[in-house]
Design a protein around this ligand. Sequence first.
Ligand code: AMO
Length: 435
Amino acid sequence: MENENRLKRTRIGEIVPGTRVKIAGFIENLRNKRTMAFIVVRDITGKIQVTLVKEEHPELAALVDGMTLDSVITVTGQAVANDYVKLGGIEILPEEIKIESVADALPIKEDSAIDSRLDYRWIDLRSEKNQLIFRMQTEMTAAMRSFLLERGFLEFHSPKIIGAASESGSEVFRLDYFDGNAYLAQSPQFYKQMAMAAGFERVFECAPVFRAEKSYTRKHATEFTGFDLEFSYIDSFRDVMSFEEDLLIDMISHVAAKYGDDIRRLYGIDVIVPKKPFPVMSVADIYREIEQRYGYTVPDSEKGDLTTDAEHLTYRLAQELFGHEFMFVTDFSGDKRPFYHMRDEHGVPQGFDLIWRGTEITSGSQREHRYAQLCANAAEKGLGEDVKFYTEFFRYGCPPHGGFGLGVDRLTMLFLDISIKEAEFVFRGPDRLNP
Ligand code: AMO
């Protein structure tokens, strides 16, 4: 009995036939026959069949009668090779079974409507297909984190409760803060730049971002995870673009190596490692090309920026002209870009968006680090007092710098061709605050 207690749990994917094991997981399938019972148990690493000959273990046979699908059990027994067993040719012959938790009948199925699935997200997430989303996402952020740490970046943690509406003021959530108000950060932008003024030189953060946007699309959430970085002593925003290319190539190579086969098997999508350089086009050139090639004319009110339709067509263009999945877009008009982007002598913002598979995944730029110019840019946008705490960062010396923000949920959805509702662990949208 002492030995029994000491047997450690083995994850199903790590079972070696010919050994005695203890496994635990959810009941995926249950066939309770007269003389035999077949229980398929699932953990995050795989599935295995437990084969019970009832005559040999009448006490276990009685337990099986109380089992339901998705109940959680622990099984101790012998792992044996058996060519007749479909699941990896291994089965467990049980000596002991413990029912850890009995499940009620499940309220959703894999093909239930997305909103019902989100109501019961923890059940929805039990499938191999959905768990792959988060295994892949873990590889994505781990690869980017390693890439940056190897290059001397500091990981920092900026506040999410802030005293002034950041960037523009229109898209922030306001909350009660004791006797006054506070806001939820819509980007770590100002704090990334504060770190540059602090002499940190290279920083990144992977953290929640809040946007009070009433958008009901495949790609908008009110809370998402931003992967943001910033670095000093650049000569141009082109340095920032080049850095992002290297980061993405490295990250996508890691995802392809670790999960490329699973993504193809479960989602039918190839992970394609992009080549450097990524194509670059100005907004004006893209508009001209998509008008000529696809007959799409951007509405006047949107001129100088990319609409969602234009983003989709930009993907088509990237493939037709360059055989590439990515496209950097530059030369946006000044009134469509934030005041902290550096402008050239013609007033053109020194920044970019990056489009992958037809969706924007990044905005970035060289920042305006000269105090007087920055204040002038802010004033031009009518943002005087609101951003004063931020412009102060630049009064006491600040290196030239730039950076970008990547949407982690957007990257995830584009890898797998799913909506952002499925790409987030728990989606937050205008109508969704639960669970
Ligand atoms: P931007 O506002 O473009 O730039 O945001 C950066 C990236 O975040 C993702 N994103 C979103 N993802 C899900 N739901 C949303 N509502 C949403 N909004 C944005 C996108 C986007 O490209 N401070 C700048 C970044 C910088 O210049 O460093 C910023 O926040 O992938």
